[in-house]
Design a binder for this molecule. Structure first.
Ligand code: URA
Length: 210
């Protein structure tokens, strides 16, 4: 079974509470999401491999450690996943970006892919799939499945802001190899698939579409 990582750093929890408030403007919601994604990226990259590099300080030669940001790919589930990207790129500016677009078929209620674009050499890359809300888990499961089927990255992690217990269970059952990183696990889903207490529709709040 995969591990659920709860990022409970006080700065993350404080900003998340401000974002949940219905009074938060589009501007402040977006700004706080940017700040939160930087902080969460710091946690999710904690186990990134380092390699040795020989450098010259002003005084002598030494062996330092560097990470290869270019081997990392951030995979955004459209459209709300895009809200995570700029903040994460603050800490891993060399990361490549992939996009997966999915919509829910009104008849079957199953996720259908309408867009899939990844960088080259995916089998050499560690992927972080990002979507602010892990609600039913259906989109996350489908996105990870497409990623595995089409380009099989070296590793996959999933990062969200909020998760519902149902979504965590579904994703862990379908992809036990994918660790989940979240700032909170909320109480439940309502009958429309919204997380309670949640923060509403993340896409609408990021893009100001409602
Ligand atoms: N997607 C959202 O944007 N919000 C939810 O609460 C659930 C899914």
């Amino acid at each position: 079974m995969s591990t659920l990582h709860l990022i409970d750093h006080p700065l993350v929890q404080h900003k998340l509470t401000l974002m949940r408030r219905k009074e938060a403007s589009t501007n402040s919601f977006r700004r706080m999401l940017g700040e939160l994604s930087t902080l969460m990226a710091y946690e999710i990259t904690r186990d990134m491999p380092l390699s040795d590099i020989e450098i010259e300080t002003p005084l002598e030669t030494m062996t330092g450690k560097v990470i290869d940001g270019k081997k990392l790919v951030l995979v955004s589930i459209l459209r709300a996943g895009n809200g995570f990207l700029d903040g994460m790129l603050n800490v891993v500016p060399g990361a490549r970006i992939g996009h997966i677009g999915l919509y829910r078929d009104p008849e079957t209620l199953k996720p259908v892919e309408y867009y899939f674009k990844m960088p080259e050499n995916m089998s050499e890359r560690d992927a972080i799939v990002v979507d602010p809300m892990l609600a039913t888990g259906n989109s996350a499961v489908a996105a990870v499945q497409q990623l595995k089927d089409k380009c099989n990255p070296k590793s996959i992690k999933f990062m969200c802001l909020l998760a519902a217990p149902e979504g965590v269970k579904t994703l862990q059952a379908a992809h036990p190899d994918v660790d989940i990183y979240t700032a909170a696990v909320d109480r439940e889903l309502n009958e429309h698939g919204y997380i309670l207490p949640g923060l509403g529709d993340a896409g609408d709040r990021i893009f100001g579409t409602k």
